[in-house]
Design a protein around this ligand. Structure first.
Ligand SMILES: [Zn+2]
Length: 205
């Protein structure tokens, strides 16, 4: 299955609580595989189903992506049974391109979930894995990492992010207009403009 398109904040899919998976059928097996491919292709260490437009409780994780997939995990209907201690980490998110923010998390977790074979997974996690699991589990509850910041911090960070997105969108729209008009770059556009001016004025400008 091909790589799935990522859902980008502020899409409301990211703000919805996801439903439990009630039956692990071929559709779910294929979807987990597509999530795995999408996560690696996007250079992410974790991915939650809402980030690829499905509000169901599935996540994929690999906090050691340089180990050739040996640290890959997929969790269906994950639950944090218990959590201990405190930590914080500069987190990023595939649904917030370019944004990094320090988020407070629990340090250690006891997690239960199912795999695609319906087998119960029951394990302890700490370090980056514990952070990543909490980040992805938040996604399944319609919570994004900016919701873990103080209200003041969240306002500032989201405002900057949305402003940058808007600017990037305008740049993309301009590039698209140039492409439609057969002009590849801003430099070429300027040169094309000069040529128009030259023809209008009958001289080099
Ligand atoms: Zn995320």
């Amino acid at each position: 299955m091909a790589r799935l398109p990522l859902v980008i904040y502020p899409d409301e899919i990211l703000l919805r609580k996801s439903a439990d998976v009630t039956e692990i059928d071929q559709d779910i097996v294929d979807f987990v595989e597509a999530m795995r491919e999408t996560m690696y292709a996007s250079n992410g260490i974790g991915l939650a189903a809402p980030q690829v437009a499905r509000n169901i409780r599935i996540m994929t994780v690999d906090v050691e992506p340089d180990k050739g997939g040996s640290a890959f995990m997929h969790l269906i209907n994950p639950v944090i049974v218990e959590s201990y201690g405190k930590t914080s980490y500069d987190e990023g998110c595939l649904s917030f391109p370019g944004l990094v923010a320090e988020v407070k998390r629990r340090k250690q977790l006891h997690v239960q979930a199912y795999d695609v074979h319906g087998k119960l997974l029951d394990f302890e996690a700490d370090g980056l894995l514990a952070i990543c699991l909490q980040h992805e589990l938040d996604h399944l509850n319609g919570v994004t990492f900016v919701d873990r910041l103080s209200p003041v911090q969240k306002t500032l960070v989201v405002r900057d992010y949305l402003k940058r997105r808007e600017e990037e969108k305008e740049d993309e729209q301009l590039a698209e207009i140039l492409r439609v008009h057969g002009v590849a770059s801003a430099k070429e556009a300027a040169e094309a403009g000069d040529a128009v001016l030259r023809s209008v004025h009958g001289q080099r400008v």
